[in-house]
Design a protein. Structure first.
Length: 152
């Protein structure tokens, strides 16, 4: 990932010259990374003084999006970004490669898989997917309104 893309593989608390707080991390594309992504995000959201309800909702979204990136793509890592902009948290997960067709809502109640994006759709104020700006892969994002917290 090149500098200036939506995801930069480094940790940042505040964007220079703004009130936007960012936290970015990269993990191996393995199933055990889902729990690690939740731990990293939980610690950052606690530092940012998010309410328990907002934090739990964000962690659900992160779990679903990281799981999708790990299970349904062929890359060796995923990048995760949390961007807090005074009352709106944007969660973005970028993978390195995708199956044809990309992420889709599963509207059938049958089957064990495919309902994760229905959860994301239900709990987020907006979500979407786009091709990565640099290199292969996709960026799946979701936004969540929340009460603003204290700076960390």
């Amino acid at each position: 990932m090149a500098p200036g893309t939506a995801l930069v593989p480094q940790l940042i608390d505040r964007c220079p010259g703004s009130d936007v707080r960012r936290y970015v991390f990269e993990l191996p594309a393995r199933t055990d990374s889902v729990a690690r992504a939740r731990r990293l995000a939980r610690n950052r959201l606690a530092c940012w003084d998010f309410s328990e309800n907002a934090s739990d909702t964000a962690l659900l979204i992160i779990s679903e999006l990281v799981t999708n990136a790990v299970v349904h793509t062929a890359g060796d890592h995923v990048a995760c970004e949390l961007r807090d902009n005074g009352g709106k948290l944007r969660i973005a997960i970028q993978d390195q490669g995708h199956a044809s067709g990309g992420p889709q809502l599963c509207l059938s109640p049958q089957g064990e898989h495919g309902r994760g994006l229905l959860l994301v759709d239900a709990v987020s104020s907006a979500w979407g997917v786009r091709e990565a700006l640099h290199g292969p892969g996709r960026l799946v994002w979701a936004e969540l309104a929340h009460d603003t917290g204290r700076p960390c």
